[in-house]
Design a protein around this ligand. Sequence first.
Ligand code: FE2
Length: 252
Amino acid sequence: MIDLHCHILPGIDDGARSEEESVRLLLAEKEQGIDKVVFTPHFNPESISPEAFLEMRADSYERLKNTPGFSEIGVETKLGAEVFFSMRLMNMDVSELCFENTSYLLIELPTNVRPYGITHTVRSLLSRGYTPILAHVERYEYFTKDPTQLYDLVMLGCVAQVNAGAVVNGSSKKGVSAFRYLNWELAQIISSDAHSLETRPPNTRAAYDLVEKKLGRHYLKWLIENSLAVFQDKILEIPVVNKPKKFLGRWI
Ligand SMILES: [Fe+2]
């Protein structure tokens, strides 16, 4: 199994604070059956240059690779980033921000307000051969209020990811949204977004177990195949799904 979104690289963002914590988080991933992980530290193009970020990321990765116990874990790792949305992405070389040796780019959106220029920016990335993966789509209020906004972006060519933590807390507001998107196949990926063992632990396995119970084994298989396709830079075939519509005050 694969985790495509986590903050396990040490000392670079609000995730793991030390190399030792990174190793503990990777061990927790392995115990759940995760054997492929993409490291996706936060990167905000409005506050730091890509060059400075990539240098910090390389330094952090180097320290982790030299940490006792790291190489014995047996998890295949790739570098990536969780890029905060900015219209600067239209003119930016994002090749090294994508998941290593792939054309998939993880993008985080503002929580409360749909960002100006998102469609233009997504179109620009897609036209250059990159595939945006929208991070934790259950979190954005404008998608919750109007899921056709998410639908339109997915139909343009974006992939949508939900956090395992939201799936596990299925009765919460975010959990309800996560299951709704999964059920509609408007979200195609589950990842941990793990930050620490205490607050936001790796819990992809628990989320997968719940999905299998609620939506069925074939559905779980589809989700795992999707993550593997992204990790291996294969084309992810997004199903043509029905556009959500409001019926008697409920989105169906
Ligand atoms: Fe994240």
